[in-house]
Design a protein around this ligand. Structure first.
Ligand code: GN1
Ligand code: MG
Length: 368
């Protein structure tokens, strides 16, 4: 097995006991590796980076170095005053000292430390969990807020730039295969109409950025609930993982992504469409947690665009899934035919629920 072979190429003591797939990522392949010596055991995360999505894995690893070293230092500085032990995974180098290992097929692999005695969840478990998700996101954004954006590579060009995804959707739709898939079912036709109705609005954040109202800052990029680690002993958030998309962006992408993920109790893969709605109680709880950490770095303009951000990132993820369905599932991994169409319908249904609850959400935003 390739993963077993590669796992031995990292600077870890002992002998390989097991290497098993773990997690639920839609892009990279993730494994848990266990090595043992005569007196101890080391567990770590091994990942094959998806080259189709990330054309420059070396840049991801550069960013990871910059971010983890910076954040580890800041966590240390604040440790005596913190209400918990904050963690962030560290890069485990290869035996040759490099941050990644390239296998015989030119595939890039990396090893990162495991956040011990902590778990993440696919869905929000409780109000307490929701609050922790908000705190963890706010804390991470605060920890990276003083990294100059010029120090970070753009690891994924166009990430969260919704008009760019619209262009890709148009391109997919213009191909014979795309046209066939778009017309293949009433569900697919409904998705197409859903996108068309929101075409003019979907540049709202990029327009604000271009006008200079919103500024680029270091962001996480993918703060979905499954990337938030909760301490098994305290129930408090202890870390955010999946640092591939930490790069310059709008903090709105993060807030929108965290909320679209956490406030949909049915989860991203549900097929029970009646169970999908945007839970505004969870939304308020998450934002209150987030504000504990982030209040000081939000400007008036930032706040002004929060509702649009919440609506947009659900729409955008639906658009990304739908465009990938039209293109023949080239980006997001799938395990059954039509999965990306199903995922798109979930996000569009969630987006609709956000639109219906606009007044309540804006009231929450006014209160926090
Ligand atoms: C992808 O690979 P994973 O599961 O961490 C995607 C995110 C989506 C998410 C939806 C690089 O994240 O943008 O929000 O799926 N990551 C990339 O589950 O495209
Ligand atoms: Mg990710």
């Amino acid at each position: 097995m390739k993963s077993a072979l590669v796992s031995r190429m990292f600077a870890v003591d002992g002998r390989l006991v097991s290497v098993q797939p773990t997690g639920s990522g839609n892009v990279n392949d993730t494994y848990l590796a266990i090595f043992r010596t005569t007196f101890s055991e080391q567990r770590f995360i091994l990942q094959r980076i998806n080259r189709k999505v990330f054309p420059h894995p070396d840049r991801i690893m550069d960013n990871m170095r910059v971010i983890t070293e910076h954040v580890h230092q800041r966590i240390e500085q604040e440790a005596d005053f913190a209400d918990r032990i904050w963690q962030l995974p560290a890069v485990i180098p290869g035996k040759d000292g490099k941050d990644y290992v390239v296998d015989g097929d030119g595939e890039y692999w990396r090893a990162i430390s495991l956040i011990a005695s902590a778990h993440s969840y696919e869905k929000v478990q409780s109000q307490e969990h929701a609050r922790e998700a908000g705190i963890v996101l706010g804390h991470f954004q605060r920890m990276i807020s003083d990294i100059p954006v010029e120090r970070l590579h753009d690891t994924l060009e166009g990430f969260h730039v919704t008009p760019g995804y619209l262009k890709k959707y148009d391109q997919a739709l213009a191909t014979p295969e795309g046209k066939t898939r778009a017309d293949s079912s009433s569900n697919s036709r409904q998705c197409r109409n859903f996108v068309e109705d929101r075409r003019a609005w979907c540049s709202v954040l990029e327009d604000a950025k271009d006008r200079g109202e919103l500024a680029l800052r270091p962001i996480h990029g993918d703060p979905k609930v499954a990337n938030i680690m909760i301490d098994d002993f305290t129930g408090k958030g202890t870390s955010i993982v999946d640092l591939d998309t930490v790069k310059p962006g709008l903090i709105h992408y993060d807030i929108g992504d965290c909320l679209r993920s956490c406030c949909n109790r049915a989860g991203e893969e549900t097929q029970d469409f009646s169970a999908i709605y945007f839970d505004t109680d969870l939304c308020e709880t998450i934002l209150r947690g987030y504000m504990i950490q982030a209040r000081d770095f939000l400007t008036e303009a930032d706040r002004h665009y929060l509702f649009d951000a919440i609506r947009l990132i659900a729409f955008e993820l639906g658009l990304r899934f739908y465009a990938d369905y039209l293109a023949g599932d080239v980006y997001f991994k799938t395990v059954y035919e039509g999965q990306n169409l199903n995922r798109a319908r979930v996000q569009f249904r969630l987006c609709e629920s956000i639109e219906t609850r606009e007044r309540q959400i804006r009231e929450i935003l006014g209160r926090i």
